[in-house]
Structures are given as C-alpha cells and as structure tokens.
Design a protein around this ligand. Structure first.
Ligand code: SKM
Length: 279
C-alpha cells in the first residue's frame, strides 16, 4: 500500500517546520507516511482541502485559514475546536472532514514539560488574536486559578472572554479581561500571544509583577531568545521559554489524533533547536 498522505496547509507555508516534526515522529513508530507543505490560494482554501482529501488522510492548518477550517469541519468539531473557534487539525472519518484544535494542549503540555504546571496558577495572557483565543480553554481545563487576558484594544480581550463564557459558563469565575494596563497582583506565568516577536519587536508590555519561580512564555521563537523573553527576565521573571516546545506539542497532539499513538517530543525538539540554530 502507498504511504498515507498528510500535510500542512497555509499561506505562506515555506517556513513551516511541521514536515520535519511529523517525519521524525513517524520514524519513532516505523510508520510510512508522507507529509508535505501545501500552499493554498487565499481564495481557494476549501477547494484545496477537498482536493487533498481525495487521497490524503490528515491536514494541519495554519495561518490564515484556521477559522475557515473551523467552518469547513463544522459541525464535526471537537470540544476544543469549538472553544477555540478555530481548527488546526483535520482528518477524514466516515468520508467526512472532522476538526480539532491542538494548539492549546500543545501549550499546556509544554508548560508541564518545563516544570510550570498551569494548575493553581495565576496566568496573564497578552494579546487577543487567534493565538490567544486558541489557548484559553485548555489553560482553564488545566486548572489555572485565574486567567487574565489583556490587549491594547480591550474590547477584543472582553470579546474572547464572552465567547468562551457563552460556551462554558463555569469559566466565568476564573477568566477575566482588560486593557494592557488593567491588571493587578503578581503572576506565575505571563504568556506573550501577540505577534510582536515575529519581527523581534517588544509587545507593548504591561509592567507585570512576577512571583517567585515564575515563567515568561513567548508563543513565538527565533534563533535567539526573543525580545519579550529578555525584557521579562529583566522585569523579574524567574524563567523564560520560547514557543518551540508548543509547536512540537501541538504536532504531537495532532499525530495522536491521526495515528492513535503518542510520540516522544524531547528528541524532536532537540533536533529542531539545532536546525534553527539554537544551542
Ligand atoms: O497550529 C500549528 C499548525 O498545526 C502547524 C504550524 C506550522 O506548521 O507552522 C503552526 C501552527 O499554526
């Protein structure tokens, strides 16, 4: 039988590290599969996905198509996809396209891996775009004490809160929102979910106070520590981490959905750090 086909679809897509990650996971289980980068035209996402699934078995979806992937798979969505309002993992089941979102579990598993279990923690989430929305529910599920979303435009932060609370009223006690300077108290974990690090810019940082043994986590990564990580350590964060582990974590969760087995992220993460020139 020919190797099963998987891929990651986006626009742009050349930068994606997913092929390396999934190919290395597959070799841990002696699985024969192909995993390709697929560039969809901006106005041709659904057609490209339909074409792929004539032969393909699973797709990761990245920017700017995660909301369209949600619509495409609806109503065959996991609870996590529903709560995120976005989909990054598609697969065929009974001839129909299903969707899940693994970004948030990828973040949570990485926080656990680096020794900062979200359970019982006060977490400050900076940014209110798609990256932020995708991780809110998994962080709540992981049992954080408080999750506070702040954004330059505070209405966008309130909007995420309302969307999540509408789907899960229990979330309301532990989820709050505000503008960049609407925060008080000190934090165990501060997460940068703004896209500022993409161009090595510092997000407009709230002057957050850090607790002891705190973590500043940037969802983005580069060959060097990001501007956010450096500023956070200067501001008193005990540790800082970039988002490469989250990338490998979301891939591992997608891999588990598709293949039913849980890959070992550690060696793949180490190889990826080498590939992008980190020590
Ligand atoms: O959510 C992930 C997606 O599954 C794959 C990806 C990539 O290949 O760069 C990035 C994230 O959006």
């Amino acid at each position: 039988t020919p190797a099963k086909r998987y891929g990651v679809i986006g626009h742009p897509i050349e930068h994606s590290r997913s092929p390396q990650i999934h190919t290395q996971f597959a070799s841990q289980f002696d699985l024969a599969l192909s995993y390709e980068r697929i560039l969809a035209p901006l106005d041709g996402f659904a057609a490209t996905v339909d074409e792929f699934f004539r032969q393909g078995s699973g797709l990761n979806v990245t920017l700017p198509f995660k909301e369209q992937a949600y619509d495409l798979a609806s109503p065959r969505l996991s609870r996590r996809a529903h709560m995120a309002g976005a989909v990054n993992t598609l697969w065929l089941q009974d001839g129909q396209i299903h969707g899940c979102n693994t970004d948030g579990v990828g973040l949570c598993s990485d926080l656990l891996r680096v020794g900062h279990n979200p359970e019982g923690k006060r977490i400050l989430l900076i940014g209110a775009g798609g990256a932020s929305r995708g991780v809110v529910f998994p962080l709540l599920e992981a049992g954080c004490e408080l999750l506070h979303i702040i954004n330059r435009t505070s209405s966008k932060a309130y909007e995420i809160r309302e969307q999540v609370v509408a789907l899960d009223p229990d979330a309301s006690r532990r989820l709050s929102a505000g503008g960049l300077d609407d925060h008080c108290g000190d934090w165990d974990i501060v997460i940068n979910a703004t896209s500022a690090s993409l161009n090595q810019n510092l997000p407009e940082l709230p002057d957050a106070r850090y607790r002891s043994n705190s973590l500043a986590y940037d969802m983005f990564y580069a060959s060097e520590p990001t501007a956010f990580m450096q500023a956070a350590e200067q501001a008193g964060a005990t540790h800082s981490k970039d988002g490469l582990g989250m990338l490998v974590g979301q891939a591992a969760a997608s891999f588990q959905i598709w293949h039913g087995v849980q890959p070992d992220v550690e060696p793949v993460l180490a190889a990826l750090r080498q590939a992008i020139g980190q020590n």
